[in-house]
Design a protein around this ligand. Sequence first.
Ligand code: GTP
Ligand code: MG
Length: 315
Amino acid sequence: MDIEDLPGVGPAIAEKLREAGLNSLETIAVSSPAELVATAEIGEATAAKIINSAREAADIGGFETGDKILERRLGVGKLTTGSKSFDDLFGGGLETQAMTEFYGEFGSGKTQIAHQLAVNVQLPSEKGGLNGSAVMVDTENTFRPERIKDMAEGAELDYEDVLKNIHVARAYNSNHQILLVEKAKEMAEDLKGTEKPVRLMIIDSATAHFRSEYVGRGTLSDRQQKINRHLHDALRFSDLNNAVVMITNQVMVRPDAFFGDPTRPIGGHIVGHTATFRIYLRKSKGEKRIARLVDSPNLPEAEAVFSVSKIGIRD
Ligand code: GTP
Ligand code: MG
């Protein structure tokens, strides 16, 4: 069922809803009548009717018993970064069924890590991989097949095979980015049961388009709402596919900070609360980088040093 199939939603209203990120039955089901009134320019009664029908049709999920959750948790996989000390921060690698955010200034290594994970996910589990393929939403046009080649060779893999299992889409704006996550879900569905199911989704950068499109304070809460919805979509992807979701986020300098680190991640709390793990990256001497685990449900705050070398991420 599509959102057009909801009573009261014609093509024009559907387009307005999609533009505002209300692109599925689930997102409409959990929206408020006031939100719908404002985005689709409809009356409150119609809005209420649309939301009620969406609630009936949507897959809202439900309660699960603890033993079922434990069973699912036992299926959690770990994906290596290529560096032992970096992996140790996560207790052995990035977890599936979770979203990990990497934030840091330019050149801190976010995109290099994304490339490395897209290679490593293809490794067998004995080597720290998930024996799967990767989808990458590239919002800054920084995907470089040449870097994949370097890293594949570093991992003793055939680079041509490796490139075939990395599905890259360039996102031109935030709405496009949101739709590409939907597309990624379809692709993952198609690749389920094949030799290389999708076990990694990368959004690099998750926040850049939102940041440049929503300028000025008036639109800030709009922006946060949209990012929030987008990230929950991404998080859902990790559950549906037992996949690692890796997102990147730039930091911006806070001019009003007199003490401590004057940077803070864009998207602020919304991103922070949705990501399961948060890693703050800083540059150090030469190829060295410092990663700090900032937020995790079950691991202590800690730091690790790794390096970005020609053949990829290493100790
Ligand atoms: P922004 O997207 O601009 O916010 O930065 P980022 O955090 O994504 O940085 P990125 O991962 O692109 O890091 C770029 C850095 O990686 C460069 O400054 C180099 O230090 C390093 N790097 C990139 N390519 C190579 C390479 O081929 N060899 C080596 N040794 N280092 C590389
Ligand atoms: Mg980058």
